[in-house]
Ligand binder design. Structure first.
Ligand code: FMN
Length: 159
């Protein structure tokens, strides 16, 4: 099966950052997400087990999911290519963040929106953790979001 025939990879999905914190330790990585239920504010993310993000979610029991905006294309690639165990990505990429409370995950400025999430369930599937979380707080920052499909980034357009 050639790469272009792998239809399971065609599912368009939002481009998000998963931001985590535990004590002095913090991290942020690029990911994708999907909602589980519209009535109840539940969503799912999948995080590779080796990532610092997976460890911090496990320890902290929550994370902030940030919808990346059109102006954050470069940040999407940066935060999706460097491992947090090696570098503090906020310092490395000089990321401007919204004002935050001590010990809380940081939110890059100019994002599309953010959702504070508490883990309700977690399942290991091969080398991934499937994390189901409840949204307990959120804010729309009124910037247009990004979409991921076939290894490329797209903007939304109305039909
Ligand atoms: C567009 C895009 C989407 C990604 N989605 C995921 C994902 O859903 N789950 C995952 O584990 N890694 C995903 N990655 C890869 C991680 O962002 C990458 O491995 C990152 O360096 C892990 O960071 P950490 O080690 O600081 O946790 C994605 C990367 C990109 C560029």
């Amino acid at each position: 099966m050639s790469q272009s025939n792998v239809v399971s990879q065609w599912l368009p999905c939002p481009v998000v950052f998963v931001s985590t914190a535990l004590g002095e330790k913090r991290d942020i990585m690029t990911a994708t997400a999907m909602f589980i239920s519209e009535k109840e504010p539940l969503l799912a993310i999948s995080v590779a087990k080796g990532h610092l993000t997976a460890h911090l979610i496990d320890q902290a029991g929550g994370f902030i999911l940030i919808l990346a905006s059109e102006s954050q294309k470069e940040l999407v690639w940066q935060l999706g290519s460097i491992k947090g165990g090696e570098e503090d990505k906020f310092k490395l990429f000089s990321i401007n963040t919204l004002p935050s409370k001590p010990g809380k995950p940081l939110i890059p400025a100019d994002s599309a929106s953010w959702l504070e999430c508490q883990v309700v369930s977690h399942q290991e599937i091969n080398s991934y953790n499937l994390v189901i979380a409840r949204v307990v707080n959120q804010e729309d920052l009124n910037n247009p979001p990004l979409i991921w499909q076939k290894q490329n980034l797209f903007a939304l357009k109305p039909l």
